[in-house]
Design a protein around this ligand. Sequence first.
Ligand code: ASP
Ligand code: MG
Length: 467
Amino acid sequence: MIVMKFGGTSVEDARAMTTVIEIVERERHRKPVVVLSAIAGATNMLLDAARLSVEGKLDEATRLLNELLERHVLILENLITHRTTIQELILEIRRRFDELKNLCQGIAILGELTNRSLDAIASVGERLSTLIVARGMEERGLPAELVDARSFMMTDEQYANAAPQMPFIETKARELLLPLINTGKIVITQGFIGSTRKGITTTLGRGGSDYSAAIIGAVLDAEEIQIWTDVDGVLTGDPRIVPSAKKLKVISFREASELAYFGAKVLHPSTILPAVKKNIPVIVLNSRRPAASGTRIVSDPPKSNAAVKSIASKKGITVINIQSTRMLMAYGFLESIFSVFSRHKTPVDLVSTSEVAVSLTIDNTSRLEEILQELESFAEVSVFRNKAIVCIVGEQMHSTVGIADRIFHALGDINVMMISQGASEINMSLVVDETDVVEAVRRLHKEFFEPVPELEIFESIGTNSSD
Ligand code: ASP
Ligand code: MG
């Protein structure tokens, strides 16, 4: 069996949902379990409605909910042809929005909004998208079976960011889903939502439906997990910077993890860990171009001649240079530095050290003033803003001679302020001026991917996605 997860843009309207149904039908022989997100934007709207309610803006909250209700009604009217099914669904959806409005009223009266209520409200998005798609499938003669994820996705009670309880999920999911799958049913279920063991609705955190898909795939021993989204997969570079960027047919999980920080808008690799641990390949596919082959993310990709797989970049970086006032890397110096950042909950991204100084980068500067004040009590500190990180990623970089040479040669006259080679040895990160970053990425891309180093791994892409 396989797991097929479709994100919000893949179910954003009736046309998109029709494509989803066609894609699932095409894979029917592989016994798919279908995991869906809420329709694009629904989760945000639901959470906004809750927040407006607690601020006493019940009218605005109601307006938002009505807008969302209308969107769902419009979708089902365009997806379903049977009049009675439409009537039935409209009634059901209205009933759920009535419940939502009651919840919002309660929140407004109490003036209190807990994560537990937020989860109850947010869960409606996935529960509606799955309901509509399941009916759409049935109408097309597919044996769809809607299973509420809360019947098997057991979590702890950390509302809004609940942790899945794997042993329970495994038992429950196998018990509930396997008999359905084995009798030829196409199981449809919600991503993102779960339930405490007492039956109270939880969510796995924003963007959690990839995580749901990975968990379901892992506990059911799926042969493959497909993540359908609106991009072609993982690319060799940002197509807005390098229009000739190629798609990677396969990438290692570790490479994908490095790229995730740079907002490679594909998926967050930590969410697919349950799949990686079980060696289940995860394939990122584009539901707007279902014939394209996507990118496979695997734990052990085939060896390739291409040492570099992708070049990513991120602007808005601040570099902080910290020099021990004693001009010695006294013992405990690094610890004092990092404890300042951790006290201020500010992640440090790159670090490079010399005998007397430490350079590091952060991208969240909301606590910078406080951080500097503390650092200055024991070190000399200088700050450089408007920098960018360029990250060159490839599993075989460390074992390939001459990569650094090629990198610096390609960069030519672009000034590199800081270099850091990750402990994972699969990336090299450089800090440059923000004004140089586009040129730096273009030069590096040209050096490593033009012409394409290996056809087995890289593939041209057609039209680029809209978002
Ligand atoms: N609908 C949820 C969100 O927007 C979960 C997801 O789409 O992954 O965060
Ligand atoms: Mg998502």
